[in-house]
Design a protein around this ligand. Structure first.
Ligand code: ASP
Ligand code: CP
Length: 314
């Protein structure tokens, strides 16, 4: 695979390939020295035009564990502030001999545009409302490993997953829905009408605005943050009312099935969508999602840049 820009171009075969590689990377990460020489001599640049904690740090950790050289491009101190365009920035950094760019940008489609300006591989770390493929891959990996399922094309079959909250502005929801359904899960999205995209009826999901009607009947509850920085108007007039209807509170948490997983991509807004402390929940896997992010991003970097023989990552 040359690029990872979105879940559709990866397809179900590609998802399964990454999940299998991720199992191997989990094993590498358990070693006393969690480092392999798989990407020695390759340079990876992280280019984040939008804020990030988890994605950036886990990609940088992943690159180091594969022995790649990682350079962090700091937009706020770069010549972007002197008016240099995105294209000139990419072409300039490329000229230094870069194997891959990890790109996050507030505009949907930027990873596709950027891949026309460089021979390097492009990995999408989140573009606008559009795609966040490595989040979806780490979410699939987390669900299937928590449930003890092997990495197969139907490893999420039989599961019903609720995705709750600001679906409209969520690239995580879009990528997750594509990946979860590709692996056989059923998805129900739960949101107020104003936080659903107009095209939701074309998605392979059930839709409801009644969280109480689904909370006791799902295998995974996936909470989303209200992504206010991506809104151009006030779509939720009263935040307290939103929390009452769409927040995970103690009463709803008490109605979850014993084995129901609670997930959140982070960053979490406590008191808005999360009214309980995930640490108090029986099966919150929010922290596990973060640790799995490193192994899954190692798998993605290896798939994009490594030798076709996985033994090289041994
Ligand atoms: N961190 C995720 C993203 O970048 C989710 C969020 O910001 O709420 O899309
Ligand atoms: N989940 C996620 O992408 O987190 P960051 O925005 O902190 O990278």
């Amino acid at each position: 695979m040359k690029h990872l820009r979105g879940i559709p171009e990866l397809g179900v075969e590609g998802i399964v390939r990454i999940l299998n590689l991720a199992d191997h990377m989990v094993e590498v990460n358990r070693r006393p020295v969690p480092k392999v020489p798989a990407l020695v001599g390759r340079t990876v640049v992280s280019l984040f035009f939008e804020d990030s904690t988890r994605t950036r740090i886990s990609f940088e950790t992943a690159a180091k564990r594969l022995s790649a050289d990682i350079m962090t491009f700091s937009v706020s101190t770069s010549s972007v502030n002197k008016g240099e365009s995105l294209r000139d920035t990419i072409e300039t950094v490329s000229a230094m001999g870069v194997a891959a760019f990890i790109v996050r940008h507030k505009t949907s489609g930027v990873p596709w545009q950027v891949s026309q300006w460089t021979d390097a591989s492009i990995i999408n770390a989140g573009d606008g409302w559009h795609q966040h493929p490595t989040q979806a891959l780490l979410d699939c990996h987390t669900i299937r490993t928590e449930l003890g399922r092997p990495a197969t094309e139907d490893c999420l079959a039989g599961l019903r997953i609720a995705i709750v909250g600001d679906v409209r502005h969520s690239r995580v929801a879009r990528s997750d829905i594509q990946a979860f359904t590709a692996l056989g899960a059923r998805v129900v999205v739960v949101a107020p009408r104003t936080l659903l995209p107009p095209e939701v009826h074309t998605w392979p999901v059930e839709v409801t605005s009644d969280l109480d009607s689904v909370v006791a009947d799902v295998d995974v509850v996936y909470m989303l943050r209200m992504q206010r920085e991506r809104m151009s108007e006030a779509l939720v007039p009263d935040l307290g009312e939103y929390s009452n209807r769409f927040g995970l509170d103690h009463a709803r948490a008490a109605r979850l099935r014993d084995e129901c997983l609670v997930m959140h991509p982070g960053p979490m807004n406590r008191g808005v969508e999360m009214l309980v402390d995930p640490a108090d929940l029986r099966r919150s896997v929010v922290t596990r999602q973060v640790s799995n992010g490193v192994a899954v991003r190692m798998a993605v970097l290896f798939d994009v840049l490594g030798d076709t023989n996985p033994e090289v990552a041994s």
